[in-house]
Design a protein around this ligand. Structure first.
Ligand SMILES: Nc1ncnc2c1ncn2[C@@H]1O[C@H](COP(=O)(O)OP(=O)(O)O)[C@@H](O)[C@H]1O
Ligand SMILES: [Mg+2]
Length: 462
């Protein structure tokens, strides 16, 4: 019996281990202190101090929620942490503030117009906190009686007796209620609430009157007072949804199931207008509150002139979220035109943005980031190997260096070594080319490839 239970637990652990390791999974926040100063190494973030501090101020702006439609541009070379910082901001904002992340190129692959895709992204980034009054029953369980038919099949019947300090009532139970009582393992002495509309049961804790059962119930038990007054109460419940979710639910062609399939298609402007009106009404009645969130557009130079002018206008809207964009381009052509501009962004849009630069890391910072990644990927690495890896990252790129962590760790494992050493890094470096050596290779062997557009290879190395 006990061993069976242990196996169950192992199984559960197994599933949590499956959580995959992504490029930014080591990042848990911006790593700022209370006064929004960036700690040098904190929450998985290293260095890039002034950019992190700047985004910390953006975080504050979002939290205060009063400023709509600002745009921030993170600009810097590849691998300087632009996407990492946006990820950190999302983590710092928490669950309740909407954060939408998209890449500029995404809008070309969706089966909807570019402006519809941007509109949906914008509306996914704005939350509405809706307050609702609901009727609940709250009391201490005196007794639960459940009668099962002796055959084991057929409907169960039961009674639930609840009390407050002033009254006691007997409720007849239907099959569904019985199931949820059993699921919640409700027993006499528990203080529970039942949502009258949905039938949802929540356990608040054990009644103090039962405190002497303490030993039997274990240490995690929370004790609460037996409720006072009436058993039936009105209670305010709050939930947060995004404007996009309201759109989809109210769009007759899709219905709320579309939210799960993600297949929402285009939404009619009339639906959106209606919803804007409704939300404005709720706000006036004090039933709802807007929570402007963040829309992050990575590789923003992939957007074209139509998208940029659409964004420019969307930012004027009172309900606009804060838009953060990232790019690694310098002066380049604006997509869809023959004009060049800084970061490939039209000047009129650029003019309303605040720009946060990110700078390349020094060797110490690279080492720190690589060592955090080693830990994230469960890889033991000797000091010397880390030094070599840092040097390689400095000469090639941080991303390439990160790739070598897993590859060299597999090589080390193959020779049954407890940790990655210099020779494993060397081996991985020889097996896998970085971009610089790959270009070199192409130059040397270009005649042997099937197709070659250009004799003098001119590559886009950004
Ligand atoms: N300051 C940092 N602290 C921790 N990890 C970082 C930092 N900067 C970058 N990284 C990590 O380095 C890798 C490359 O950074 P990334 O954010 O993708 O660069 P960019 O978006 O600027 O091209 C990612 O795995 C990222 O999580
Ligand atoms: Mg990036």
């Amino acid at each position: 019996m006990a061993s069976a239970a242990a196996a169950k637990i192992a199984e559960v652990r197994e599933t949590t281990r499956v959580e995959r390791i992504g490029a930014h999974s080591h990042i848990r926040g911006l790593g700022l202190d209370e006064s929004l100063e960036a700690r040098h190494v904190s929450q998985g973030m290293v260095g890039q101090v002034s950019a992190r501090r700047a985004i910390g101020i953006v975080l504050k702006m979002v939290r205060e929620g009063r400023i709509a439609g600002r745009a921030v541009l993170l600009a810097g070379q590849p691998g300087t942490g632009k996407t990492a910082i946006a990820t950190a901001l999302a983590a710092a904002l928490g669950q309740d503030t909407p954060f939408t992340s998209m890449a500029g190129s995404e809008i070309y692959s969706l089966e909807m117009s570019k402006t519809e895709a941007l509109t949906q992204a914008i509306r996914k980034s704005i939350g509405v906190r809706i307050k609702e009054e609901s009727e609940i029953i709250e009391g201490e369980v005196v007794e639960v009686q459940i009668e099962r038919p002796a055959t084991g099949v057929g409907t169960k019947v039961g009674k639930l007796i609840l009390k407050t300090t002033e009254m006691e009532t007997v409720y007849d139970l239907g099959g569904k209620m019985i199931d949820s009582l059993l699921k919640e393992k409700v027993q006499s002495g528990d203080v529970i609430t039942i949502d009258k509309a949905t039938g949802k049961i929540s356990r608040l804790g054990r009644s103090f009157a039962r405190a002497r059962d303490y030993d039997a119930t274990g240490q995690q038990t929370r004790f609460v007072q037996c409720p006072e007054g009436e058993l039936q109460k009105r209670k305010e419940v709050v939930h947060t949804v995004t404007l996009h979710e309201i759109d989809v639910i109210n769009s007759r062609t899709h219905g709320f199931l579309a939210l799960f399939s993600g297949d929402t298609g285009e939404i009619k402007p009339e639906v959106r207008e209606q919803i804007n009106g409704k939300v404005a009404e709720w706000r006036e009645e004090g039933k709802a509150e807007m929570i402007p969130g963040v829309l992050f557009i990575d590789e923003v130079h992939m957007l074209d002139i139509e998208c940029f002018s659409f964004l420019n206008r969307a930012l004027e809207n009172e309900m606009a979220p804060i838009v953060i964009m990232a790019t690694n381009r310098g002066i380049t052509r604006i997509r869809g035109t023959n004009y060049k501009s800084p970061h490939g962004i039209p000047l009129d849009l650029l003019d309303r943005m605040i720009i946060v630069p990110t700078a390349p890391y020094d060797e110490k910072e690279l080492r720190e980031i690589l060592s955090i990644r080693c830990e994230e990927e469960d890889c033991q690495m000797s000091d010397n190997a880390l030094t070599v890896l840092t040097r390689i990252s400095k000469e090639t790129s941080l991303r390439y260096g990160m790739q070598l962590i897993m590859t060299s760790s597999l090589i080390a494992r193959k020779r049954k070594a407890p940790e990655v050493d210099v020779e494993d890094i060397k081996r991985a470096y020889q097996l896998f080319f970085d971009e610089g050596r790959s270009v070199q290779f192409l130059k040397e062997y270009q005649q042997e490839f099937m197709f070659n557009e250009d004799d003098a290879i001119e590559m886009d190395t950004t």
